[in-house]
Design a protein around this ligand. Structure first.
Ligand code: PLP
Length: 403
């Protein structure tokens, strides 16, 4: 029997996360001695706040190094309920909270406990690359609704209405959005809510992992706050990774009806048992302590995003807008398609542009194709100002050398 025949059909339905694959490529090129500027990064480059690190160390010294309940410790679940009240104006009890090993872990488990074969999940493109694969591996069918730049890359009530069928189980909403940085206004959410109110069988997965990162006076509004009628059929997702520079702690949460939260917890009890006890202690300090770190990080990212957009403005073939949220730009590269590189290669897609920038200019980026809307690039500005300046200079030069 060939080795691959041993593997389940399920694993062949999905691909490795493109951003993790890009990270591996950057590591490989650097190991070969190449000088690569990395604009693929999906995590803050800032340090984890000191009081959070200390909370983790203190927890270890106190002996909080053992299994916890599969939904998380009572103290952390209470802190998260308080955080949701303080930051998002949402009222949940500790019993509505499930803590997971990252927001991704909670989303995966939520899909696993709710999807039957053939159930549909509406995903608006451009989307975070993991949503469709997480749906597919759990026997669901992603229903991709393509967004356009003219609509600010936001789902409209009309396209939501058109996508809903009797098999629709979930709508995944992501605000602020990865990869476009789009942030839904309260009015836009209310308009989507009017459609959702007509279809009470549709649940809403509200991924708010970038909630701290909104710019230019834009405010983050939780969809569940804007549309209170969906609260008993919604799962709010957030976590410590982005706002508190804690990606390696692997700590996220879901807030929703106890029926769903308990089902997730039941599955977690048979998969990872519980999130790391040490990370949970750290998360109490993050969510419950001083909120200076996410506020400061937002200022840093706002300045960097603005800088990156300014440096790319006017580069021939690239069309860019200043970001509203998250830490990504999603420039259109239609103007580069059809051009020829100095080595005589034709650029036929955004994948070719990524290859050209990586190999020729030493700047790693991600293709919009992976995020469902092409030809675009996803550029992360969660990197130093120096790297932003150098990377944009190289991109501009590479574009100027195209024929
Ligand atoms: C849109 C979105 N949701 C969720 C996550 C998951 O983050 P984590 O699992 O680190 O909490 C990410 C991480 O990149 C993301 O971009």
């Amino acid at each position: 029997m060939a080795r691959t025949e041993f593997l389940a059909e399920r694993i062949n339905r999905i691909k490795p996360s493109p951003s993790m694959a890009a990270k591996a490529l950057v590591d490989k090129l650097r190991a070969e001695g190449r000088d690569i500027i990395d604009f693929t990064i999906g995590e803050p480059d800032l340090n984890t706040p000191t009081h959070v690190v200390e909370a983790a160390i203190d927890a270890m010294h106190r002996g909080e190094t053992k299994y916890t309940g599969s939904s998380g410790t009572p103290a952390l679940r209470k802190t998260i309920a308080e955080k949701l009240h303080r930051d998002n104006g949402l009222e949940y009890g500790a019993e509505n909270i499930v803590v997971g090993s990252g927001g991704k872990h909670v989303i995966f488990h939520a899909l696993a406990v709710s999807l039957n074969r053939g159930d549909e999940v509406i995903i608006h493109a451009p989307y975070w690359v993991s949503y469709p694969d997480m749906v597919v591996v759990n026997d669901g069918v992603p229903v991709i609704v393509s967004g356009t730049e003219q609509q600010g890359f936001k789902l409209t009530p009309e396209s939501l209405e058109a996508a809903i069928t009797p098999r629709t189980k979930w709508l995944i909403l992501n605000t602020p959005n990865n990869p476009t940085g789009a942030v839904y206004t309260e009015a836009e959410l209310v308009a989507l809510g009017e459609v959702l109110e007509r279809h009470p069988h549709v649940w809403v997965m509200s991924d708010e992992i970038y909630e701290h990162f909104v710019y230019a006076g834009v405010r983050h509004v939780s969809p569940v706050k804007a549309i209170p009628s969906i609260k008993d059929r919604s799962l709010v997702i957030s976590g410590a990774s982005k706002g508190y520079s804690m990606t390696g702690f692997r700590l996220g949460f879901g807030a929703g009806p106890t029926s769903l939260v308990n089902a997730i917890s039941k599955l977690v009890s048979q998969t990872t048992t519980c999130p790391s006890s040490i990370s949970q202690a750290a998360a109490i300090a993050a969510f419950g302590g001083s909120q200076d770190a996410p506020r400061e990080a937002a200022k840093v990212f706002e300045a960097r995003g603005k800088l990156m957009a300014e440096l790319l403005e006017g580069v021939p073939g690239i069309s860019v807008k200043a970001p509203r949220g998250a830490f990504y730009l999603y420039p259109c590269v239609a103007g580069l398609i059809g051009k020829t590189t100095p080595d005589g290669q034709a650029l036929n897609s955004d994948l070719d542009v990524v290859k050209y920038f990586t190999e020729y200019a030493g700047v790693a980026t991600l293709d919009g194709s992976a995020y469902g809307v092409a030809p675009y690039l996803r550029l992360s500005f969660a990197t130093s100002e120096e790297s932003i300046r150098e990377g944009c200079k190289r991109i501009a030069q590479a574009c100027n050398e195209l024929r």
